[in-house]
Design a protein around this ligand. Structure first.
Ligand SMILES: NC(=O)C1=CN([C@@H]2O[C@H](COP(=O)(O)OP(=O)(O)OC[C@H]3O[C@@H](n4cnc5c(N)ncnc54)[C@H](OP(=O)(O)O)[C@@H]3O)[C@@H](O)[C@H]2O)[C@@H](O)CC1
Ligand SMILES: Nc1ncnc2c1ncn2[C@@H]1O[C@H](COP(=O)(O)OP(=O)(O)O)[C@@H](O)[C@H]1O
Ligand SMILES: [K+]
Length: 500
C-alpha cells in the first residue's frame, strides 16, 4: 500500500497532500453515512491525532468537521514541529484557527462529545502502543461514545490483526474507515472484533505495476462481477465433471464422510462414491441414494480400486479413524498423486508420520483447524501465539511451502496459501459474519466442497478459495439454527443467487 502510494506520488499524478485530503474527506463522508442524524446540525467531536500521517488525516477530519460548524477539540500526541511534511502542513492549517490540546488523561476526557476520532496510529504501527497513548480510546469505548478509527484502531497491527498495546484492555471502534483497500489485519485475528463496521474509501490510487513487491494476497469474493462464472456448467457428461471418492470410517462413524460426500455432489462433482470398511456397508447403504458405495477393506483394496483412473479425486479425513489401516489408506491415496483433500484424522496421521507427510504433492489440499495446524506445524503455531508481527497468513504460507501443497487454515478468518506463494483470505466477518457455522461437522462439509471442485477441474488453490467462500455463503443463506448437514442442501439457492 505504501509502495503504491509512493509510486503514485512519484508519477506526479497526485500529491501526498491530495491523498491525505481525500482520506480525511472519506472519513467524514463515512461517519455521516453511519450516523445520518449527525448531518442535521453541528455536533461536537473529539479528535486524537498521532505523530505520523495517520495524525495528518486527523487534522483534515477536524478541519472538515469544523467547516460544517462542529465544535472540535483536537488532542495531539507530540509536537506539531515533529510531524512528517504532509501532516505538518495540515496541522498548520488547523492551527490557523484551532488549538492543539494536550494528550487527555482521565476517563471523562471526552464528556459531552458526540463522536471520538482515532487518528493516532495507522499502518505505521511498529511496536506495542504505550498505555497512555491508548487510554483515551479505551475510555471513549467504555463510555459508549461512537468511535471512528482512521485506517485502523490504534494498536491494531494492520499486517497481522493482533492488538499490540502495552497494558489494559483494548478499545473497540464502531466504524473503521480505510483507504484504497482493506488491509489483511482488518480480517485476521482481533481485526474484526476491534474494527466495528469496515468502510473502504477510494482515494484515487490505481494499482501501479511492480510498485508493491509484497507477495500478493487476494480477498475471495465470488459475488463481484462475473467471478462466479467459473462455477457454471454448460455441457458435458457426468464423467466430465469428475468422480470423488470419499473414504469413510467404520461402523457408527460414517456421518462425517457422508456429509463430505453430499457436499462434493451438491457442488457439482459428476459422481461421488463413498468407500467404507465392509462391516459399515449396510449402515451406509441405508443412508445414501445418489452417492455410490464401495467396500474397501485395506490399503491393498484401495490401491486396486484406484486402478480406475476415473476416480480422479480423493477426500480423506472426516471420521476416518487413526489406526494402521487408515494410515495405509492414506499412503495408498497419496501414492496415486491425484487431487486429494486431507482433513481431520488424515491430518493427525500426517502429523504422526514423517514418511506420510513426505508423500504430500501439489494436488493436495490440507484443511486444518487451529488445533490440527498446531499438530502438523508446531513451530509455526508457537510463533503465531508468541509473535504479534507474525500472522496466520504468514503461518499458512510457510506451511504450504513446507508441505508442498495448498493449505487452508480454518476459522472465522480462514486463510489459504499455495506452495508457490499465492495466498487468499476467505473471511467470515463484518457483513459476512456467521458465528453459527462453528458447529460439529461444518468442516467435514467444507472438505467435500473442495473435493467436488477439484473433481470439476479447479486447481487446488481455486478449489480451496471457492469452497471456503461458498461454505460461508451457505451458512449466510441458512442463518442461525443451521446444522452442518444443512450446508450442502443450501447450495442450490446460493447458486441461484449467483445467477448460475
Ligand atoms: N498509504 C497511503 O496511501 C495513505 C496513507 N494515509 C495515512 O497515513 C497513515 C500511515 O502514515 P505513517 O506511515 O506516517 O504511519 P502512522 O500510522 O501515522 O504512524 C507512524 C508514526 O507513529 C509512530 N509510532 C509507530 N508505532 C508507535 C507506537 N507503538 N507507539 C508510539 N508511536 C508509534 C512512529 O514513530 P517512529 O517509529 O518513527 O518513532 C511514527 O511517528 C495511514 O495509516 C493513513 O492513515 C493517508 O493519509 C493517505 C494515503
Ligand atoms: N466463528 C466462526 N465464524 C465462521 N466460521 C467459523 C467460525 N468458527 C469456525 N468456523 C468454520 O466452521 C468450520 C469448522 O470446521 P472444523 O473445526 O473442522 O469442525 P468439524 O471438525 O466439526 O467439522 C470451518 O470451516 C471454520 O472455518
Ligand atoms: K487510527
Amino acid at each position: 500500500m505504501r509502495a503504491i502510494e509512493r509510486a503514485a506520488i512519484a508519477t506526479g499524478a497526485v500529491t501526498g497532500r491530495t491523498l491525505m485530503e481525500r482520506a480525511g474527506r472519506g472519513v467524514v463522508d463515512a461517519l455521516l453515512t453511519q450516523w445520518p442524524a449527525m448531518r442535521d446540525g453541528p455536533r461536537r467531536a473529539a479528535v486524537l491525532c498521532g505523530p505520523g500521517n495517520n495524525g495528518g488525516d486527523g487534522f483534515v477530519v477536524a478541519r472538515l468537521l469544523r467547516d460544517r460548524g462542529w465544535r472540535v477539540d483536537l488532542h495531539s500526541w507530540g509536537r506539531a514541529a515533529d510531524l512528517p511534511p504532509d501532516a505538518r502542513a495540515n496541522a498548520d492549517l488547523w492551527m490557523e484557527t484551532g488549538a492543539l490540546r494536550d494528550w487527555p488523561e482521565g476517563g471523562d476526557w471526552a464528556d459531552g462529545a458526540d463522536l471520538v476520532v482515532d487518528a493516532v496510529l495507522g499502518t505505521g504501527l511498529v511496536r506495542p502502543v504505550p498505555a497512555a497513548m491508548h487510554a483515551p480510546l479505551r475510555a471513549a469505548s467504555e463510555r459508549g461514545l461512537p468511535l471512528v478509527a482512521v485506517d485502523g484502531l490504534t494498536g491494531l497491527d494492520l499486517d497481522t490483526g493482533a492488538m499490540r498495546i502495552m497494558g489494559g484492555s483494548p478499545a473497540r471502534a464502531d466504524l473503521t474507515v480505510t483507504f484504497h483497500a482493506a488491509k489483511v489485519g482488518h480480517y485476521l485475528a482481533d481485526g474484526p472484533a476491534r474494527s466495528g463496521r469496515l468502510v473502504v474509501t477510494d482515494i484515487g490510487l490505481d494499482p501501479v505495476p511492480g510498485a508493491d513487491d509484497a507477495p500478493s494476497c487476494r480477498l475471495v469474493d465470488l459475488s463481484a462481477g462475473d467471478a462466479a462464472r467459473c462455477l457454471r456448467k454448460t455441457d458435458g457428461h457426468k464423467y466430465d465433471h469428475g468422480h470423488v471418492l470419499v473414504l469413510s470410517g467404520g461402523v457408527g462413524r460414517g456421518g462425517a464422510a457422508r456429509m463430505a460426500a453430499r457436499g462434493a455432489l451438491r457442488i457439482g462433482a459428476g459422481l461421488v462414491t463413498l468407500a467404507c470398511p465392509p462391516a459399515a456397508l449396510i449402515e451406509n447403504a441405508a443412508q445414501l441414494d445418489a452417492i455410490m458405495l464401495r467396500a474397501v477393506k485395506d490399503e491393498g483394496a484401495l490401491t486396486d480400486l484406484l486402478g480406475d483412473p476415473r476416480l480422479d479425486t480423493l477426500c480423506l479425513g472426516p471420521g476416518l479413524g487413526l489406526t494402521a489401516r487408515e494410515a495405509g489408506l492414506l499412503r495408498a491415496a497419496l501414492r496415486v498423486g491425484r487431487g486429494t483433500v486431507l482433513d481431520g484424522d488424515a491430518l493427525t496421521l500426517l502429523a504422526r508420520d514423517d514418511d506420510l507427510f513426505s508423500l504430500l504433492h501439489e494436488c493436495c489440499v490440507l484443511t486444518p483447524h487451529a488445533g490440527e495446524f498446531a499438530r502438523l506445524f508446531p513451530d509455526l503455531a508457537d510463533r503465531l501465539a508468541k509473535d504479534s508481527a507474525f500472522s496466520k497468513l504468514d503461518a499458512a504460507r510457510q506451511a504450504a511451502l513446507r508441505a508442498g501443497c495448498t493449505v487452508l487454515v480454518k476459522g472465522p478468518d480462514t486463510v489459504i496459501a499455495g506452495p508457490d506463494g499465492q495466498a487468499a483470505l476467505a473471511p467470515a466477518s463484518y457483513g459476512r459474519a456467521v458465528p453459527w457455522l462453528a458447529t460439529a461437522g461444518a468442516g467435514d462439509v467444507l472438505s467435500g466442497f473442495i473435493a467436488g471442485l477439484l473433481a470439476r477441474g479447479f486447481d487446488p488453490m481455486r478449489a480451496a478459495e471457492t469452497g471456503a467462500w461458498l461454505h460461508v455463503e451457505c451458512a449466510r443463506q441458512l442463518g442461525a439454527g443451521m446444522i452442518a448437514q444443512d450446508l450442502p442442501d443450501a447450495l442450490p439457492r446460493v447458486f441461484a443467487r449467483l445467477g448460475l
